[in-house]
Design a protein. Structure first.
Length: 269
């Protein structure tokens, strides 16, 4: 079976499934390759929203430390020092998370089980997180003998849950359940396992119902504004984004549709 499956759920909405259920979808080279390939497709303009989930009872158990998975990188030179091989592997996986974070379309993480280490990172780089009642989250890197400074966690987790909560989670490496994840605002919604995909699909439809230009610019603009050094910088990003929207037909169409009590027909991108 492929380590990652990409399928169309309905028009404009795709699902990426991490598909190594026997290893709780732990990350190996095949999984990295599969997500990379899926992102190539999703970046091609054929979809408006993507849902990311895991096969079986886990979302993603982080790096595959069993020694049975494919290597993250394949050095051309067999004499490449081990530290360089390890560094290149680290960079390759980190770049994968950056690609998801910077993808032009929103990503909804439908967290169906354990999400630790790199699995937690998959949720953090997603725009929206919906969890099943059986979901579990943890930084976990520190429990494996490393630090919790890994895969964007030190940057994204404090932005999502606040610095104080992030410090406690990263320093202890403790696991939290779905209810606590909701309480600290790590996830937006907790649902029964059978309702996880329907809930993610409902949210995807809400997003896809909006104009494509607005969704695209909101995602990339919000990422930029979160890193802006001041309110003035963020407002300048907003000003340019809003004025550019006037070069689409969407504002006029929105007003017309409201008057005519019908759904708007948005400009495609």
């Amino acid at each position: 079976m492929p380590a990652v499956e990409l399928e169309t759920l309905e028009e404009n909405i795709a699902r990426i499934t991490l598909n190594r259920p026997q290893r709780l979808n732990a990350i190996d080279g095949a999984l990295i390759d599969g997500v990379d390939d899926a992102l190539d497709v999703l970046g091609g303009g054929g979809f408006r929203v993507a849902i990311l989930t895991g096969a079986g009872r886990g979302f993603c158990a982080g790096a595959d430390l069993s020694g049975t998975g494919e290597a993250w990188t394949k050095p051309a030179n067999p004499s490449t020092p081990a530290f360089k091989v390890n560094y290149d592997s680290q960079v390759r996986l980190a770049n994968l998370f950056t690609r998801i974070y910077e993808l032009d379309i929103p990503v909804i993480a439908a967290v169906n089980g354990v999400a630790v280490g790199g699995g937690l990172a998959f949720t953090l780089v997603s725009d929206i997180r919906i969890a099943s009642e059986s979901a579990r989250f943890g930084s976990a890197f520190i429990k494996a003998g490393f630090s919790s400074m890994d895969m964007g966690t030190s940057y994204l987790l404090p932005k999502i849950v606040g610095a104080g909560v992030a410090r406690e989670l990263m320093l202890t490496g403790r696991m939290i359940d779905a209810d606590e994840a909701y309480r600290i605002q790590l996830v937006h919604e907790v649902v029964p396992a059978d309702d996880l995909l329907p809930a993610a699909l409902r949210k995807a439809r809400e997003i896809a119902a909006n104009n494509a230009y607005g969704v695209w610019q909101t995602k990339i603009g919000l990422n930029a504004a979160l890193d802006a050094p001041s309110l003035r910088h963020a407002i300048e990003i907003e000003n340019r984004t809003q004025i550019l929207s006037g070069f689409t037909n969407n504002p006029t169409e929105a007003a017309k549709a409201h008057m005519e009590k019908r759904a708007p027909q948005w400009d495609p991108l």
